[in-house]
Design a protein. Structure first.
Length: 387
């Protein structure tokens, strides 16, 4: 029996929804499979906001992808009619030698990105909610901001369906094989296609066990507070996104009140969560966790803790070096994988969708993805990510 689809996409969160759209846009017959309802809260593509920036402290090699992603956010907004990207500016705060500041400055200088360096006095003057120590400085990037993950997933799913993709929700994938084409089995049936794209999020340890990569899934908590004195100083026309590193190397991050005065102000720790699985994650946020977050952020932003409003859990799926995996599967020519994004991946959604479509439709991509080769983690020099 001939295959009824050219490509199956497993997982329709941030990356999978973008891949499904870009593949369908190129005329591929796409089947998308998702365990949950559209735009759900069980994985890593929810919480109302994700920081996007280009002066990238993780590695300057990410910058070309971020330049392309920022172009693509504008196009996705125009095509979908949804507001996704809010350019509110961003500051990376810490000691001059901190990874947050020094790494951001390295990327900005290497790629000639517009930026400013602010001393502690200037930080306090420009952003009165912040109380840095005299030793702190900040890199300010006017083009940084936030993207709304739910709007992104919804926009990409709408555009994928408009382009002809078949999207099936609440249909969990039980297994897949790749031998002369691919076969995917769910509780509802078995589907066959020429190629397979796997975007599993926190389900990577199970669906991609044969990669030999030790993924670690972390429970992360996002918190919303009502600042003392109200949220007006935190509105998005006067307050940036930020990542702040203390002298011990602990980072927290936060957002303006981009949903208005009644939406609260969101903050969270950057990494350091408890190890979990999608089945064992504790979805209850406990009082001692709220207190720890309030104490930590209050030392740097005195009015922010105020009153606790709510919290939500999500999951980071990390590789050992915290870089992504984007590659053709080293053992299955018909399978492309994209995983290990959590902690800093959502800002790349549109360009990752484009890369995955390149790998499926063209067999290669013009984008630099050597950093994401799984061979670096699996210990095989013969496994090449860009073929």
């Amino acid at each position: 029996m001939p295959n009824t689809h050219d490509v199956i996409v497993i997982g329709l969160g941030g990356m999978g929804s973008a891949a499904a759209y870009r593949l369908a846009e190129r005329g591929q017959r796409v089947l998308g499979l998702e365990k949950f309802k559209p735009v759900h809260t069980q994985g890593s593509s929810h919480g109302g906001s994700r920081i996007t920036r280009q002066a990238y402290f993780e590695d300057p090699d990410y910058v070309p992808l971020l330049l392309r992603a920022h172009e693509m956010w504008d196009q996705i907004e125009a095509d979908s009619g949804r507001r996704i990207f809010h350019r509110v500016g961003g500051v990376m705060v810490g000691r001059p030698e901190s990874r947050t500041v020094a790494g951001s400055l390295l990327s900005a200088q290497e790629w000639d990105l517009p930026h400013e360096l602010l001393d502690a006095r200037e930080i306090r003057h420009r952003f009165p909610t912040m109380r840095p120590s005299e030793e702190d400085i900040a890199l300010y990037e006017a083009g940084a901001g936030l993207v709304v993950p739910e709007a992104s997933v919804g926009a990409h799913l709408d555009l994928a369906a408009r382009a002809g993709a078949e999207l099936r929700f609440e249909e969990e994938v039980l297994s897949w094989t790749a031998d002369g084409g691919v076969e995917v089995t769910t509780a509802q049936g078995t589907y066959r296609a020429d190629q397979l794209v796997i975007c599993p999020g926190a389900w990577a340890p199970g669906l991609l066990a044969d990669l030999g990569i030790p993924f670690t899934v972390e429970r992360q908590v996002q918190y919303w507070f009502e600042p003392a004195g109200g949220a007006t100083p935190f509105l998005s026309d006067r307050h940036p996104v930020y990542i702040w590193e203390n002298p011990e190397g602990r980072q927290f991050y936060g957002f303006p009140a981009h949903n208005g005065l009644d939406g609260g102000v969101k903050v969270a720790f950057f990494r350091g969560g408890l190890t979990c699985t999608p089945e064992t994650i504790d979805r209850t946020v406990h009082p001692h966790e709220v207190a720890a977050m309030a104490d930590f952020v209050g030392a740097a932003m005195p009015t922010l803790p105020g009153d606790f409003l709510r919290a939500a859990t999500c999951m980071y799926t990390n590789t050992a070096d915290e870089h992504f995996v984007i590659a053709r599967h080293p053992d299955h020519e018909a399978v492309v994988v994209a995983c290990g994004f959590s902690g800093h991946g959502f800002k790349f959604v549109p360009v990752v969708g484009e890369i995955l479509a390149d790998l499926v439709a063209d067999g290669a991509t013009r984008h630099p993805i050597a950093l994401f080769d799984p061979a670096r983690l699996a210990g095989s020099e013969e496994r090449v990510a860009t073929r």
